[in-house]
Design a protein around this ligand. Sequence first.
Ligand SMILES: [Zn+2]
Length: 263
Amino acid sequence: MKPGTLAACLLPLGGVLQGSAAAALQHQPALHQQSGTSCPHALATRVLESTSLVQASPQPGAPGYADRLATTPLGWPRLQHWCVWIEPTLPATRSGPAAADAVQRRWQLAVISALQSWKALVPVAVVADPEAAQVRIWRRLPPLARDGTGRPRASHGRALLRLVAVERHAGQWRLEPAVEVLIGPGQRAEALQATALHELGHAFGIWGHSDAPGDVMAPAPGPVPVLMPSERDRSTLRWLYAQPTAFGGRFVPPQASAQPADP
Ligand SMILES: [Zn+2]
């Protein structure tokens, strides 16, 4: 793992969810692809190496499972507006297996459906340019991780957080979370959607797990897929987004901070 990169969430393999939402997903409208000033391309990015998730101070009276969330030394890693890139499907080929195309489509529909659920709660724009995004969703199985005892543990999804300074307008640097979300394609549609929903919860700032199995952010999938954020998920998110943070604001990257200030 690279310095400054933080992983969350190991949804264990074997939690296969029953049923298929494929038919319903067929009717989900595609998220509008946006570009322009709200999601400008990154001119330069600097990873802040000395950052890590840290235990938050006690939050008396916080709703939901807000008292279980981790934060960063630079504040809560969330933005008021997110730009999200989804790995595109490869074009279908006449010679390629039709099954592979179906897997890609199922994956994309599940991811888009999960994103739609969060989009009702968090401002999100989907972009075609990965360098314009703070959250990038990849169609790939996460590499094996080690659990607390050192044993290898497989998962269908993972979210990796870096804290970065990004220059999106010449001379103007901004502090941003940068999240890579890995979602393996080899699950049924509802399990894929539940995995994507959970990992996107991390991506949008919920760096912790609920202690209630009916919540999207429970650490492991239960027998029934959770396909919508619960009231506890929602209240936790609302609380998080009401907290002050430096993310999204102007930021002087370390190299520039050593230079004399302008008179
Ligand atoms: Zn998780």
